[in-house]
Design a protein around this ligand. Structure first.
Ligand SMILES: NC(=O)c1ccc[n+]([C@@H]2O[C@H](COP(=O)([O-])OP(=O)(O)OC[C@H]3O[C@@H](n4cnc5c(N)ncnc54)[C@H](O)[C@@H]3O)[C@@H](O)[C@H]2O)c1
Length: 245
């Protein structure tokens, strides 16, 4: 059965790998990202490969623009069956340096943005009595993280949102799960290394698997969580972290 999937943060890193993976298995994909040029070029590349794909420049924190993008995705590709929320931002600041504006933006993108995208599309899945929702949280949201209080709080919120929503939606055949990545080699992580906040080689040695993970490993987990076979797994926080805990 061909499904329509909405993927946020699809211009880079995990969202990009997930968009490719779902398109390759035959899903129609609607790609949302704040980086408009990049997301349009991903959508074009997927269409060139024969997939049905549309891209939209969206700030997930801005509800009207999310509503608009979801409405045009629906018009172009049909009702939304799958939502994957990978858009996110991170920062490394001591608690005292987190201004209220920075706090609001972190919560606005990572937590409210997740709420906005799911909320705008969920009625399609409830009506169809089938759906798959995958949020991308973080190990930081489970364990906390040094100099990342705002980020960790936003991801803790994503975890609570995911678990809570799973109770409401299970009876409609909508499975709601979260992928909680450990340390994954993406442009976001590269930025942390470039600014001296992460030493990837050192971190890799601390991970039981002996290395950081890849966006493709996140996409493989997401492929299962958004599949037909994932029919009795909901409310789970799936760690993809090489054994780190
Ligand atoms: N890389 C890691 O080690 C790691 C670990 C744990 C969790 N995560 C989470 O995984 C998710 C994906 O991160 P990534 O590592 O692929 O990062 P990334 O920076 O490569 O990709 C994030 C994407 O989100 C988009 N984005 C940012 N703000 C947006 C907004 N307001 N509206 C729409 N799009 C927006 C960016 O343009 C980018 O394309 C994020 O939620 C991140 O917090 C990453």
């Amino acid at each position: 059965m061909t499904r329509t999937a909405l993927v946020t943060g699809a211009a880079s890193g995990m969202g990009l790998a997930i968009a490719h993976r779902l398109a390759e298995r035959g899903d129609r994909v609607a790609l949302l990202d704040i980086n408009g040029d990049a997301v349009q070029s991903v959508a074009r590349a997927l269409r060139d490969q024969g997939s049905e794909a549309v891209g939209a420049q969206v700030d997930v924190a801005d509800r009207p623009s999310v509503d608009l993008a979801v409405a045009s995705a629906r018009e172009a590709l049909g009702p939304i069956d799958i939502v994957v929320t990978a858009a996110g931002i991170a920062a490394h600041l001591s608690f005292a340096d987190i201004t209220t504006d920075l706090w609001d933006r972190m919560i606005g993108v990572n937590l409210t943005g997740t709420f906005n995208c799911i909320h705008a599309a969920v009625s399609d899945m409830v009506s169809a009595k089938w759906g798959r929702i995958v949020t991308v949280s973080s190990f930081a949201g489970q364990a906390g993280a040094d100099a990342m209080a705002d980020y960790a709080a936003s991801k803790g919120g994503v975890i609570a949102l995911t678990k809570s929503l799973s109770f409401e939606l299970a009876r409609y055949g909508v499975m709601v799960n979260s992928i909680s990545p450990g340390t994954i080699a993406t442009p976001m992580l590269q930025m942390s290394e470039d600014t001296g906040h992460f030493d990837l080689e050192r971190i890799g040695k601390m991970i039981p698997a002996g290395r950081v993970g890849t966006a493709e490993e996140i996409a493989a987990t997401c492929a299962f969580l958004t599949s037909e076979e994932c029919s009795y797994v909901t409310g789970q926080i799936v760690g993809v972290n090489g054994g780190m805990r």
